[in-house]
Write a new protein. Structure first.
Length: 256
């Protein structure tokens, strides 16, 4: 895995208890060295080293045709799931001179967030899967998991930070509506807490990936339900470092 490091950096929360004079809030990040030191059910995320067969990521059609099938099998292998359905992906290429939010101009997300709520996660099952399959699928455990990896080169620039679910209190998150022309979705906003524990892999390579749990139907306190996450500007990044490029897949993950 990538070399060990730590850093102080600023994170953008929706509500930041910052210094009233300077407005600054510094957070310490710890770099995870071992693949087995975090896990989906304890921290809510887990790192792996597994090179992808598809490496070009040139267009959506190729990604769906080539990268989706191998990723479905990989998620099944890593989680023990019986069924995995990918419903979306986003390629992000940091380009400071670009504006807008189109598929060709999407930048790293610079705000702490969780992709799903319980309401939106269940709605995803209804939206993306055949109606006749839904009752049985919802009767058992299911999750929404993102598979994130750098593409083209290591992600020293604007790395991905992940918050240990065990450090997140129930009052730290709140639902936020996402209104589209044809539907309404929800994500979780995240309020700052001094107890949040953040981790990242410095210089993750395209051969490395992280699974990020965004939702779990088990909510009795025995497992992590979700993982707040964000891209951030690491002040230790050397000048001239290639700008971050990454892909994230969003998966409905079911268990018999």
């Amino acid at each position: 895995m990538s070399a060990s490091s730590s850093t102080n950096a600023k994170l953008l929360y929706l509500h930041i208890n910052a210094d009233p004079i300077t407005g600054e809030r510094k957070r310490n990040f710890e770099r995870e060295e071992k693949e087995d030191s975090v896990s989906l059910d304890t921290t809510g995320f887990q790192y792996y080293k597994h090179p992808a067969n598809h490496t070009t990521f040139a267009n959506d059609e190729e990604i769906i045709r080539e990268y989706y099938p191998e990723s479905i099998e990989l998620i099944k292998k890593l989680t023990g799931a019986s069924r995995v359905e990918l419903f979306d992906h986003t390629v992000r290429r940091r380009r400071p001179d670009q504006v807008g939010d189109t598929p060709d101009t999407r930048q790293p997300v610079a705000q702490v967030h969780v992709d799903q709520t319980t309401k939106s996660a269940v709605a995803r099952v209804h939206r993306h899967l055949p109606a006749e399959d839904v009752p049985k699928l919802l009767a058992n455990r299911f999750q929404i998991i993102n598979l994130w990896r750098p593409i083209s080169h290591p992600a020293f620039d604007w790395p991905l930070a992940l918050c240990d679910h065990r450090s997140v209190g129930p009052n730290d998150v709140f639902p936020m509506a996402l209104v589209y022309p044809d539907r309404e979705g929800e994500t979780l906003g995240v309020k700052h807490s001094p107890g949040h524990k953040w981790k990242f892999l410095s210089g993750m390579t395209p051969d490395e990936l992280v699974l990020i749990k965004c939702f779990d139907t088990i909510q009795d306190g025995s497992v992590a339900i979700f993982t707040p996450h964000t891209g951030f500007q690491d002040p230790n990044t050397p000048a001239g470092t290639p700008l971050r490029e990454s892909i994230e897949l969003r998966a409905l993950v079911f268990y018999d």
